[in-house]
Design a binder for this molecule. Structure first.
Ligand code: SAH
Ligand code: SF4
Length: 347
């Protein structure tokens, strides 16, 4: 395959995606990254959207094999933030000039449809922000109530598009069910985000190509490609973490294939590589998701070990991010950063 020609393609077959993900020569990889940066500039412009995350609970009823919050991990201290603490933290986020609040947690049914609706309503009453929910798989009635209460977006990663691996990582849960949830969220008018974990045991380059193609099929508004980092007290604690270069190549290829989609440069990538955040932004990403979970809770949201900026004050993180973003000639967006797709229902 001729690389220069391929990089200028408008659409890509699975074989072409595998070819790009498998590039080995530094010069060729640099060409891929440069092209991803051009495509990002064309479809997303120069702005970086910040999404302030509040990790409202680390209780989880699921047992995902790779995750430190899994039900069977009895070594972490569990917490739930109160609705008032959550609403107050949302206010802190907007005061920092960030106009998306992400409410994230394990699958925690204690936060039922009423409590989450109340929190959404209170945040929307007090501030002009977009709200993203990342609360795992919940029932369809809850998704509906939360949409009516004012939620704008839902982030539910498919994690892997390989049904066999999905069952292995999630103890017989089925990928088809996960995808039904995504379909349902979309039908309710949520802007939807999904994505994979890179570097999980048994995963192949073909699987990653399928992940990108699944994101294309679902016409996502946001697609996240995060590296797996082994987490203590999980069955995968001794496994090898993801390769940074493969993560960056995945983000770059995803940008070429998916085009007008929001792609975050993840905290997990910044955890694996001290310049990971910037590298991601230069390989196709246009979103960063700083953590605003207050102390003492934040250090207990241990999805994986040694998370970047875990002990930093969120305000310090904000100025550090601003510096990093401006140092690569980009600027922080002052908008909510809604979907780039024309058919999305905007907040
Ligand atoms: N419970 C919700 C949201 C919190 S988990 C859910 O599962 O959707 C958010 C994300 O953390 C997951 O989608 C998963 O991709 C990521 N994650 C879990 N364990 C991880 C690990 N060990 N390394 C990197 N990311 C991980
Ligand atoms: Fe729970 Fe989400 Fe972790 Fe799975 S990935 S164990 S659902 S917090």
């Amino acid at each position: 395959m001729d690389l220069d020609e391929l990089l200028n393609n408008d659409s890509f077959t699975k074989e072409e995606i595998i070819f790009l993900l498998s590039l080995k020569k530094e010069e060729e990889i640099n060409k891929l990254f440069q092209r991803a940066d051009e495509v990002r500039q064309k479809y997303c412009g120069n702005e970086v959207h910040l999404r302030g995350i509040i990790e409202i609970s680390n209780y989880c009823e699921q047992n995902c094999i790779y995750c430190g919050l899994r039900f069977d991990n009895h070594f972490i201290k569990r917490y739930r933030m109160s609705p008032d603490e959550i609403v107050k933290t949302a206010k802190t986020i907007t005061n920092e000039g960030i106009f998306t609040v992400v409410l994230q947690s394990g699958e925690d049914s204690y936060f039922d449809s009423e409590i989450i609706s109340y929190i959404i309503y209170q945040i929307k009453q007090n501030t002009d922000v977009a709200i993203t929910l990342s609360l795992g798989e919940r029932n369809f009635d809850e998704y509906k109530k939360w949409k009516i209460a004012g939620a704008d977006r839902y982030l539910l990663k498919h994690e892997t598009a390989n049904p066999r691996l999905y069952e292995a990582y999630h103890f017989k849960q089925e990928l088809s069910e996960r995808l039904e949830h995504l379909e349902f969220l979309k039908s309710l008018g949520y802007q939807i985000g999904s994505g994979n974990l890179i570097g999980l045991p048994m995963q192949t380059i073909e699987d990653i190509a399928d992940d990108i193609l699944l994101c294309q099929k679902f016409d996502l508004d946001m697609a996240a490609f995060g590296p797996f980092i082994p987490s203590p007290h999980t069955p995968y604690h001794k496994k090898k973490g993801a390769d940074v270069l493969l993560t960056l190549k995945t983000m770059a290829v995803a940008r070429l294939v998916l085009k007008n989609v929001h792609i975050p440069s993840t905290t997990a990538l910044a955890t694996l590589d001290k310049n990971g955040r910037k590298k991601g932004l230069q390989c196709g990403a246009n979103v960063v998701m700083p953590d605003f979970t207050p102390f003492p809770y934040r250090e207990h949201f241990q999805i994986y070990a040694n998370r970047k900026c875990m002990l930093d004050d969120p305000k310090v993180c904000s100025s550090c991010l601003q510096f990093q973003i401006e140092s690569i000639g980009r600027k922080i967006s002052k908008s909510k950063g809604d979907s780039l797709k024309q058919n999305a229902i905007l907040s």
